[in-house]
Each structure stands twice: as structure tokens, then as C-alpha cells.
Design a protein around this ligand. Sequence first.
Ligand SMILES: [Fe+2]
Length: 479
Amino acid sequence: MQFPDTLVFQGYAAPVRAEVDVIDLEVEGTLPPELSGYFLRNSADHAYPPRFENDIFLNGDGMMHQVRIAQGRAHLRTRYVQTEKLGLERAAGRALFGAYRNPFTDDPAVAGRDRNTANTSVVWHGGKLLALKEAGRPMEIDPVTLSSVGVHDFGGKLTSQAFTAHPKLDPVTGEMIAFGYFTQIVADNTIEVYFIAADGTLSRTETIAAPYPSMVHDFLVSRHHVVFVICPMICDWDRVRAGHPFFHWDDREDTWIGIMPRTPGGAAQVQWIKAPRRAMQTHTFNAWEQDGKLHLDQFLTETGWLSQFPDLNNPDTVEKPPFAFRWTVDLADLAAPVAEHMLFPHIGEMPMIDLRFAMGKTRHFWFGTNNPKLGPMLPWGPKGPPFTCLGHFDAETGALDFFYAGPDSSPEEPCFVPRAGSSEEGDGWLVSVVGRRAENRTDLVVLDARRLSDGPVAVIRMPVRIHEGFHGIWVNEAG
Ligand SMILES: [Fe+2]
């Protein structure tokens, strides 16, 4: 077997496939003694060469990464998520499932079997760690051993085959709010919204209809509302059946904002209003209400994700970078135009806030980014241009601050870890995986979250490469 010679499978993006344990990683600097817990994240790491050479990186098998930090020491563990898909393919010794979310491209031997790769994110809620992919159901993972417990369907209450990789946790009530789209795999415009109590009980499902069937990768939840931004990254099932890419950008459609009250029966009160302009929401910071206004803080791009899915009508369009925007809705007058302003004048993606303050107004915004003033851009990978920096925007002072990771180095999504014992917003650490591309190796850096340009307080050096990932979390030792 051999992986294709494409950007997705070569160089720093090449599948790692190794499940490793490294006890006592090298540490440069000093790990804060109060930093005690688990950094956990998910990645897409193809276990087998794909059935089709043009496969995309989003279609890799879920591989969990864990860095356990305690008493100034750090340890690495990586494990595949043991999905039904991986089990079937390992039994066969080859890929059986085909293109991204396209069951028509599978080996007939696996018709009707679970295609979930569980590769996008993780969430810790109700005493359970769940590996998530928007095209599948949650997979429960043991947070210490990273062994797979199995599909988690909330005691049979989740009838959908899909559960977002971006659920929101209410820091006041402990509730988890999530959703599923294309709930029975086939593209349609149904969205189910799930309300999961602090103890992990799926207590309520609301069902709404989107304007059209499209990718719904992230969403927003404020204290009183659930908000969807529906973007024309469309899925046409006839095109999927014909073997075309799963999504396409269609600039004949508008972008819509759907606003649903969080109260029981909220689905009957959902209101759809036109967004200020056609845009693709990539990821969200937060949503919050103040003085009758609903604020939506998010990254937007004028194009879809063209590095992954084509523009149907303008095949030569080049993907434009995302910028952070606040959309403000007047809840007393939904017919009024939605106001837009740029949060900060710098490109970015992979947003992060101090999640203890989610659903309220926040001061601190972190993100992955590039800054040519600090160092050159890196060659494009399968996700587009790798980050070279992490950014911090202080909305109170208006200051932007950057951490430049060094030559041939690529930070990934930042994760905020509050300083133990402190309740001040932003007081804590920013943790990020950093690819050391020239060395084919990976580090984890720990920064003072409000002083990024000071550089890391500690660098945890891994003797191996772990695959570029997507989304991660911090779980304190005590859970
Ligand atoms: Fe995401």
C-alpha cells in the first residue's frame, strides 16, 4: 500500500498513523506548577490510502492527541478513535469507504455501515469525553487511556446520525447546546437542536428548517438565543450521487441568520433574516445580548472553503482569508438591517475566548494568524496557508498582540486555560500545538494569554510529529 503523492498525504501533512506514548517530554522553560490537567484534541489521520487519489484532508480517521501536564511534567499519548469504519478497514487491510460523506463511492461490502470518522473535535460534558464529527454521532473516549468506549447516543435519545463538532457549553447552567444537520446522512434542510443538561441528559430536541441544505459547521448560542448563520456552501444530493465534491459554493444564494429562542418550543418562533452580505462563517467566537441587541462575533470569508470545495459558478475564484466581524441584530426590530463592523483589522481563524465568559460580552479574543512583519508565510498545505502566529485582541484597549512561532513553525488552534484560583477574564495560559516543519516534529507551547509577544513560558518538545489537527480542549485534573 502507498499513499498518493498529493498535498494531503505528503510532507508535514503526511499520515502519522503511529499510536504513541512518550513519558516525560522535554520541557524548555518552566511549566506553571498550577497547570494540572489534560490538553486533548482531535485530528484527521488517514489510516489507509484513500480509494480516490483526490481525497481531502477532512476525510482522515480520527486520531486523538493528549498531553497530560502535572507537577511540571508532561506526557504524550495518541490513539485512533476506534470507529466502525476503522475496524472494517483494518479487517480488510485497505480503505473501504470512499469520498468525504459520499456513500455512493463506498465498496459495496460496507453499504449501510457507519461512515463516521470522528475526527474534528472533542468536548468534555456530563463526565464524558466525546470525539465529534458533524457527519456522525459522538464517540465516547476514555479521557485517561484514550481508548474508545463506543457510540454515545444519549441513552437512545439521539435519533440523528449527525451531531455538530462545535457544541456550546453554558458556563452558568452547565447545559450543552448542540445541533445536527443532514440528520439521516442525506442532504436536506432540517436542523435538529439538542439541549443537554449538565448531567449529560439529552432533555429536549427542537427541529427547524434552514433556507437550503448547506454546510452548517459552527453556530452561536447567547444567554437567550440559538443562532445559525446559513451560508451558500451547498450540498446537492444529485451532484453527490454523480460523484461531484460534497459541497459547492453557490453565489446565487444569500446568507441567512436564523434566530431561535432557547426556551421550550423555541423552534416555532425561529426567525430568518438576511445577513448584511453574502459570506461564509468559518468559526465563531461568541454571541451575547445587551440592551435589546444580539451580537454575533465570528470569522467570515467572502468565499467558501475553496481549498476543500469548489465554487460552482466561478471556478477560477481564489479563496479569500477570513476576518473577524461582529453582526448586531436589533431584537426589537428584526426588519432593520443587521449592522456589521470588523472586530480587528487582521486576518485570523480558529477563534478562542475565555469560555467561562461565553454567552456574555467578552474582552479577550485569541486566534491563529499570519503576520508578515514578524516572519514569512509558509508554503501552502492541504488546509491552505499554515498559521505562523497566534494573535490576541484586547477589545478594551484595542491592542493587537502576536506570538511568532519562529522559522518553519506553525501554531495551530489556541486553547485558553484559566489560571487556577483566578476568576478574571483572560487571566491564564494559551496552549497551542506548534509544528516544527523543518524537523518533522511537534511542540506544545504555553504562553501567558495576555502577553503573547513575551514568548512561551514553556515549550514542551515532542520527539515525534503528531498530525496537524483541528480542535482541542483543556480538562483540569479534577474534571
Ligand atoms: Fe471547526
